[in-house]
Design a protein around this ligand. Structure first.
Ligand code: SAM
Length: 238
């Protein structure tokens, strides 16, 4: 009896490594939002809340988990990247998704940007060109407990007419210009956000469809991996 009662407090003091890790990641996420995103002027509460909620460390390869909340992009395999957190926040802010809208993302990559959009309350369809990258995105999203994103493997420069029109389209790879099929699949009043430029440096661009005309706004310089496809760049073979 005596032995048992003495051992109880010791058992209760044992730490749960999983919840400790989750607390650490939540703190890193909070710090990321404060120092990298709010501090650079993003104030949209929906965007800030999504960035604070989505566990980015579940969207990077295991070897990079400790760097998941760093102020830079990371490799995700197959020569592709998960974008810097600030760039994800800026693009989401420029798209300004409202709950209930339907958004098409081109370039699923890790699935992180799609998760941020879902967290903003929208329906998300995302297209990824590289099949193993698309499978990994699905796995990452499942690990994060997100199962309501439609992931399609294929050339996103053609859009996805079956589910069109879209309230917003986010292109997360460097486009030579906004692909015409994507403009055609946008609702009246809709917007497309994309890095537009050459293969190496681009300008963050937003176009809006108003009375069947397209109006363009340009923001800062960015660097993305190329959008490869019929209305993008050709695949370069070494
Ligand atoms: N949004 C991603 C995330 O949250 O991790 C990052 C995207 S990564 C910078 C660009 C992605 O676009 C790559 O995974 C690449 O394979 C994909 N991509 C390039 N051209 C594409 C195309 N025509 N259609 C669909 N995906 C494409």
């Amino acid at each position: 009896m005596f032995y048992k009662t003495r051992s109880m407090p010791q058992l209760m003091l044992l730490k749960n490594p999983d919840s400790e890790m989750n607390n650490t990641r939540a703190l890193e996420r909070e710090q990321m939002v404060n120092t990298q995103i709010k501090a650079r002027g993003i104030a949209n509460p929906r965007v800030l809340n999504a960035m604070k909620t989505v566990p980015r460390h579940l969207f990077v390869p295991h070897a990079y988990e400790k760097e998941a909340y760093g102020d830079y992009p990371l490799p995700i395999g197959n020569g592709q990247t998960i974008s810097q957190p600030y760039i994800v926040a800026v693009m989401t802010d420029l798209l300004n998704p409202s709950p209930g809208e339907k958004i098409l993302e081109i370039g699923a990559g890790s699935g992180y940007q799609a998760a941020i959009l879902v967290q903003c309350g929208v329906e998300v369809i995302t297209i990824e060109r590289i099949s193993p990258v698309a499978s990994q995105a699905k796995e990452n999203l499942n690990r994060a407990g997100i199962d309501n994103i439609c992931i399609i493997t294929g050339d996103g420069t053609l859009g996805f007419p079956d589910k069109s029109p879209y309230d917003g389209i986010l292109i997360t790879a460097a486009a030579p210009e906004i692909p015409i099929p994507l403009k055609d699949q946008l609702v009246e009043g809709g917007r497309i956000v994309a890095p537009v430029g050459d293969r190496y440096i681009q300008v963050l661009t937003r176009i809006r469809r108003i009375n069947n005309e397209f109006f363009t706004e340009r923001f800062g310089a960015v660097r993305f991996v190329p959008l490869i496809g019929e209305y993008g760049w050709r695949e370069e073979r070494e």
